[in-house]
Ligand binder design. Structure first.
Ligand code: SAM
Length: 255
């Protein structure tokens, strides 16, 4: 294709993604704010409202990067009566890139999350496609802007299904496709023209941001992704568009 990405073989994609996040880790949080004009914060807030975790939740935050979803989870639970459950709440932030996790850990220290006594937090460097985790372990699995970067999405979904307990919930926030072609065109103009330029100006890097835009365009649309989640075994799979379909939240249950 003219995006020049589908010809890349699987191992190359894995390496390329690793390089991308190695390069952007230190500027990752700033660039999210700049590129989305701050809107990614609202999408993530909505995502956490949809998860609506209760005390006792054991969350696996896959591709958790610098901790945006996990910190929201901790904040959400802080406002609940944690003694309502005799089971402790926990979150495992998992990412394939140790550098992203290190930035996240430093943030957790700075913002006081590492001292949160009521919710156990741990950081795990591992590949979503082969998790060093036992079957039926977690009650919730989140992945936010991460699954698009994985080489074999079917493997990721299979692993998500495996490590979730029966009744457990899968929730994914990811860039998606706009159903309206005029709007998709305008959005493509913005992203293909502006995002690499911003990357160059702010982070001094062009290529990682070009990759970002291409990977968004190549990710399956809402319906296709929904059927992939169903193929992995999840039930009651639904999705919701955010900002006209720029993003979507997909939900499913292991039943
Ligand atoms: N979840 C965070 C957020 O919403 O801000 C971070 C998302 S960041 C765009 C994507 C993350 O996916 C990166 O930290 C990258 O290292 C991670 N990643 C890419 N491939 C992965 C894989 N196979 N397994 C686990 N994490 C992966």
């Amino acid at each position: 294709t003219h995006f020049g990405f589908e010809t890349v073989n699987e191992d190359e994609k894995t390496k390329k993604v690793h390089q991308v996040f190695e390069t952007v880790a230190d500027k990752y949080d700033l660039m999210n704010d700049v590129m989305s004009l701050g809107v990614h914060r609202v999408w993530k807030d909505i995502f956490m409202m949809r998860l609506a975790p209760t005390p006792g939740t054991k969350l696996l935050d896959m591709a958790g990067g610098t901790g945006d979803i996990s910190f929201r989870y901790l904040n959400y639970l802080k406002n609940k009566d944690l003694s309502a459950s005799d089971k402790p709440s926990s979150v495992t932030v998992c990412d394939i890139n140790q550098h992203m996790l290190d930035v996240g850990k430093a943030r957790a220290e700075r913002q006081g999350y590492s001292k949160e006594p009521s919710v156990h937090m741990e950081w795990l460097c591992a590949d979503a496609e082969r998790l060093p985790l036992a079957d039926d372990t977690y009650s919730a699995y989140t992945v936010s802007f991460g699954i698009r970067n994985c080489t074999r999405v079917d493997k990721v979904l299979e692993e998500a299904y495996r490590v979730l307990q029966p009744g457990g919930r899968f929730l994914c926030l990811e860039f998606s496709q706009l159903p309206n072609s005029t709007m998709q065109w305008m959005y493509d103009q913005y992203s293909f023209q502006m995002i690499p330029v911003m990357g160059q100006l702010i982070a001094g890097q062009w290529k990682p941001y070009k990759y970002l835009v291409e990977s968004i365009r190549q990710f399956p649309d809402q319906e296709k992704f929904k059927s992939m989640i169903e193929e992995a075994g999840f039930r009651q799979v639904t999705y919701e568009n955010l900002t006209f379909g720029i993003c979507a939240i997909h939900s499913g249950f292991k039943l």
